[in-house]
Ligand binder design. Structure first.
Ligand SMILES: [Zn+2]
Ligand SMILES: [Zn+2]
Length: 354
């Protein structure tokens, strides 16, 4: 079967590899759609650090080359012995995290902090392929109301669900979203579904701002050319945001998040910021602001699927910029659409069936 194999930075190859078969406790899925994530692009551009290149991953025992792709949906086509809750023919999505289930954090139910956490599409073969075999533990059935396209959003949506959960946002809270990329737009919709008051989105690109507006933002502000603190104060009776989700992963976005946050607010770092940031901690002190981080998910797949089922979170077709075939994933998907022309797009979905 065809698969996009990650060898290392700047080295991904579309190759023919043997079709995997399920062993005991495993499920074979025919991939329908797989989203391209920023992490896949980073992996191509120089290595995001997830791919075990030099030695096998301590959890999965696998090393490069590994098939990429972790945001996907598909149909169950075969199951091994001792598989429960899944049947051949089911529509499914997969939680990519592979925890050890034995370490201190796993035992506390915080498997995202597992000492040897691996992930499908990073430290085990992913879904930029025709078929994938995964553990029964990772499979979640999708109801009829959720299209395969929507199912491919479950993984990034689970990140958004966790961010809102961890923020402890109160009903009616004023929320600011900084950065309206895929994660920002999903987090905005989850906050809305969870009873946010006003949702003010800060976004410099007009195409993304327009999407935020269509998907339920109260107001979209381009932070360039205005005083963003004053702008949000005017919309919130001087209070500013009670909860801010920093979804851009940039130091200036973190500073903006602090500017637009109000007294006793919480700032949630959802974007992954690789740089340091000259942050005004003094401002936190008198206003008793809290900064927290939210990474990935633990048990957020079921609520994410519920939000897709009820259409409280919209993504198909709203967040889909292009659908491409697996043959085109490297040149068109990763290098062009999500590389050079990244800012024009939201989510690119890939299918081996096109
Ligand atoms: Zn991702
Ligand atoms: Zn563990």
């Amino acid at each position: 079967m065809k698969a996009l194999r990650y060898y290392g930075g700047k080295d991904m190859r579309l190759e023919n590899i043997p079709e995997p078969e399920p062993g005991p406790g495993e499920v074979k899925i025919k991939v329908k759609w797989c989203g391209i994530c920023g992490a896949d692009v980073q992996e191509y551009q120089g290595g995001a650090g997830l791919l075990p290149v030099k030695k096998p991953h301590p959890g999965t025992g696998k090393m490069a080359p590994i098939t990429g792709g972790h945001e996907f949906s598909g149909q169950v086509v075969k199951i091994g012995d001792n598989v429960h809750g899944v049947q051949v023919g089911d529509k499914a999505t997969v939680r990519p995290t592979i925890p050890c289930y034995k370490c201190y954090y796993c035992k506390k139910g915080q498997h995202i902090q597992c000492a040897i956490l691996g992930s499908i599409g990073g430290a085990a073969d992913g879904a930029f392929a025709e078929f994938i075999v995964v553990s029964n533990d990772n499979v979640y059935r999708l109801p009829n109301e959720v299209t395969y396209e929507m199912g491919a959003f479950t993984e990034p949506l689970a990140c958004a669900v966790r961010a809102v959960k961890r923020s402890r946002m109160e009903l009616g809270a004023n929320v600011a979203i900084v950065g309206a990329g895929p994660i920002g737009l999903l987090t905005m919709q989850v906050a809305n579904a969870c009873g946010a008051g006003k949702i003010i989105v800060f976004e410099m690109l007009s195409n993304r701002g327009q999407m935020a507006k269509e998907l339920g933002a109260t107001e979209v502000i381009n932070p360039k050319g205005v005083d963003p603190g004053r702008a949000i104060a005017e919309l919130t009776e001087g209070r500013r945001a009670d909860v801010v989700f920093e979804c851009a992963g940039k130091s200036d976005a973190m500073l903006l998040s602090e500017t637009v946050s109000g007294k006793a607010s919480t700032i949630v770092e959802v974007g992954t910021m690789p740089t340091t940031c000259d942050f005004p901690f003094f401002n936190l002190f008198f206003r008793e602001k809290t900064i927290i981080a939210s990474q990935g998910y633990v048990d957020e797949f079921p609520p994410a699927i519920s939000l897709l089922t009820s259409k409280k979170v919209r993504c198909d077709p709203e967040l889909i910029s292009a659908k491409i075939k697996l043959d085109d994933i490297l040149e068109k998907g990763i290098k062009e659409l999500m590389g050079e022309r990244k800012l024009e797009h939201c989510k690119i979905l890939v299918s081996p069936e096109l």
